[in-house]
Design a protein around this ligand. Structure first.
Ligand code: CP
Length: 302
């Protein structure tokens, strides 16, 4: 099956088709049904990804099994190579949230069912699919749209870089010097942007990134697993807070996105997340539509 470990595992054409399918599913214009079984193997907490995958599969007529590591042998050290081969005999598709991209690659190597990255240290491809759907709904297009991301050059930033580049967007990433996105991902995004009419721009100046931008995007300053460094990060990231001042530099029609969960008063203010330019609840809803489209596509459901 087709594994989605990175958003760049999909081509521009495939992402466009998925977004179209997600829109059709959302409008109820298509109602594919299946009796497939989705496994969720999450090593980290999740509200949106867990529930949106579950409801998406239920709405397709399939079923979902929660493979929480604390109640399976996975948590007791059974090798991924064995777990993957066994789970592939029971399940039709497996979504995994893990601390290590490498684990996803091992699962994909040993399991001959689609493996979906439901967030790793490197990427969050399901999130960016929903983000692209939301941006397309707001602006009618992705090409030529400027998306500016503020804060930590993390897994979400990586998928934004790659997904935005594939869709011909201008992606600005504003981070402190010590929190830039991975250089390998940046190089990959620059190469994709060059061949897809996109543009990649890195800066440490949040105002420069905000100027004239259509989409202002932020994420938590300390991801799961980085809690110990949270206090030290706050002063470093403070200039990158998505607040009304920063928003004032953006395009008049600009929208605000946040993949959630949000920390009001840290990476985003209450006024901005609750303000009229915020689209975060539509963005969260779109997780379900985008992932339903993704499952329909990789499972080949008619
Ligand atoms: N945005 C996101 O992935 O949310 P969860 O961690 O709640 O799944």
């Amino acid at each position: 099956g087709k594994d989605i470990l990175s958003i760049a595992d999909l081509s521009t054409k495939e992402i466009s088709a998925l977004l179209q399918l997600a829109r059709d599913l959302k409008k109820g214009e298509k109602k594919p049904i299946c009796q497939k079984i989705l496994g969720l193997l999450f090593y980290k907490a999740s509200t949106r990804t867990r529930v949106s995958f579950t409801t998406a599969m239920y709405q397709l007529g399939g079923q979902v099994i929660d493979l929480n590591p604390s109640v399976t042998q996975v948590g007791r050290g059974e090798p991924i190579s064995d777990t993957a081969r066994v789970l592939a005999r029971y399940l039709d598709i497996l979504a995994i949230r893990t601390f290590k991209q490498e684990d996803l690659q091992t699962f994909a190597h040993y399991a001959d069912i689609p493996i979906i990255n439901a967030l790793s240290d490197l990427e969050h491809p399901c999130q960016i699919l929903a983000d692209l759907l939301t941006i397309q709904e707001c602006f009618g297009t992705l090409e030529g749209i400027t998306l500016s991301y503020f804060g930590d050059g993390n897994n979400v930033a990586h998928s934004i870089l790659l997904g935005g580049a594939l869709m011909g967007m201008k992606v600005c990433i504003a981070t402190p010097d010590d929190y830039k996105p991975d250089s390998g991902v940046v190089e990959q995004a620059q190469a994709l942007a060059a061949s897809h009419g996109g543009e990649i721009f890195l800066t440490k100046d949040p105002v420069e990134a905000a100027k004239g931008s259509h989409v202002l995007y932020t994420d938590v300053w300390a991801s799961m697993g980085q809690e110990a460094s949270a206090d030290a990060r706050i002063p470093v990231f403070q200039p990158y807070q998505l607040n009304e001042k920063l928003l004032s530099y953006a395009d008049k029609e600009a929208i605000v996105l946040h993949c959630l969960p949000a920390h009001r008063g840290e990476e985003i203010t209450s006024e901005v997340i609750e303000g009229k330019q915020s689209r975060v609840w539509d963005q969260a809803e779109n997780r379900m539509h985008a992932q339903k489209a993704l499952m329909v596509s990789v499972l080949g459901i008619e």
